[in-house]
Ligand binder design. Structure first.
Ligand SMILES: [Zn+2]
Length: 423
């Protein structure tokens, strides 16, 4: 069965239930500083109570926001004075209405200038993005009509104030510094409240390896991400409130370690990838093969959502072009025609499928999948071929730790089950 739940399949490597140091922790309110509370329902939200009202950093998903707001409202009933969207994703910018006090005036809503452009992009590519999302969670384009994947809409409450690089706000005498950074997205804001020692990272920190390589999504920026983490650490925050997972409260040494170790990991990956590119600019897949992945055994660098190989790809994509470097792939023949040739050489699509199974038996699932793709593309109507390809990709999915890899391989199995090549 294909997965319909975005959180399905996301597990701790040790099989542990989500705690505060994991992406999927939900809980709170936790007092993280004087008159300041953090809570999470899938995604996090920080509420700063001031003498002029509440400053909210992020607002959660529209569907989960009532529960998220109820947590904060255990602590303060003050109206929302200002809401800050750390970026234009559905799990951060869509829940504001649930936080508003009855009859209160409309709050100021602040975001980076690129946020409205993101929404415009989503409006132009809504069905494409629904398909991308369906695949990311193990389905196919046939599943993309599910409302679960129509998540690229404008937020119900649009930003009322945009900024470029940096913005300082003062609400009820409390200072908030907003800093723009490109990381997972080009529209990210991290917020530093010096008066309370609280750093709100948005999705620049989410308790797993940075989501900087996502195979199907727009360009990510691991080098800018690292720079932002260093700039955050330079503020010497006592408390970190992340985009997902729980906060670290009044532990400056730990916060510093989390920020700087993540920056170092990203910087090393970028440098090592560029070093390989500089050495004869090999085809993309060979760059991936040659980059030695830096150590990443810290709890917040676990490759449970994204993974290092995909981050390397992200660097290659930015610094290189779209061409893989393989001559035949510059202006390729249709895949079905290539697959037909392979099948006729091998003695048919079933022979290719059998060969893929044999390769898988000896443990080389990556190689087996190459052969299996040709088998399916040569004869997608053959149920024997389909079943073999489904079984192979399901097996491959099981062995992956990152949600991206696991679910895209599950998606490949789902496509094979539908009798068509992954597309
Ligand atoms: Zn998020």
């Amino acid at each position: 069965m294909t997965s319909k739940n975005p959180t399905d399949g996301f597990r701790d490597l040790a099989g542990r239930a989500p705690d505060e140091a994991t992406f999927f922790w939900s809980g709170g309110p936790i007092e993280v500083a004087e008159r300041t509370w953090f809570q999470s329902q899938f995604s996090g939200c920080t509420g700063f109570d001031t003498d002029e009202g509440v400053v909210l950093v992020d607002t959660g998903m529209e569907r989960l926001a009532p529960a998220l707001a109820a947590k904060l409202r255990e602590k303060t009933r003050a109206p929302v004075h200002t809401a800050i969207y750390t970026h234009g994703h559905v799990d951060h910018a869509h829940g504001l209405a649930a936080f508003l006090a009855p009859g209160q005036p409309a709050p100021r809503v602040v975001a980076h200038r690129a946020v409205p452009e993101r929404f415009a992009r989503y409006a132009r590519t809504a069905r494409h993005n629904a398909a991308v999302n369906a695949r990311q969670f193990g389905g196919t384009v046939s599943d993309a009509t599910s409302p679960a994947y129509a998540t690229f809409a404008k937020p119900p409450t649009a930003p009322t104030q945009l900024y470029d690089d940096r913005l300082e706000l003062r609400v009820g005498g409390v200072r908030f510094e907003l800093h723009h950074a490109r990381g997972e997205t080009d529209d990210h804001t991290w917020v530093w409240c010096p008066d309370r020692g609280v750093l709100c990272t948005g999705d620049l920190f989410i308790w797993v390896m940075p989501n900087a390589g996502n195979p199907q999504k727009a360009q990510r920026y691991p080098w800018d991400w690292a720079r932002a983490l260093r700039a955050m650490a330079a503020q010497e925050p006592a408390t970190l409130c992340p985009g997902h997972g729980g906060p670290v409260v009044r532990d400056a040494a730990k916060v510093r370690h989390m920020l700087l170790s993540t920056a170092e990991f990203l910087e090393a990956l970028v440098e090592r990838t560029l070093a390989v590119l500089e050495d004869a600019s090999p085809p993309h897949v060979d760059v991936v093969r040659r980059v030695e992945i830096p150590p990443h055994d810290l709890p917040w660098l676990r490759p449970l959502y994204d993974e290092a190989e995909f981050l390397v790809r992200s660097v290659i994509r930015y610094f290189g072009g779209w061409w893989s470097g393989r001559p035949s792939e510059l202006k390729p023949a249709p895949r079905a025609a290539v697959a037909q040739e392979m099948a006729s050489l091998a003695g048919g699509a079933r022979a290719l499928a059998a060969r893929a199974e044999a390769i898988a038996q000896r443990g080389d699932l990556a190689l087996a999948c190459h052969v299996a793709d040709y088998a399916l593309e040569a004869d997608p109507a053959d149920e024997v071929v389909r079943d073999a390809v489904v079984a192979l990709y399901e097996r491959r999915a099981e062995g992956e730790s990152s949600l991206m890899a696991r679910n895209l391989f599950r998606s490949a199995a789902a496509y094979a089950r539908e009798g068509r090549p992954f597309a």
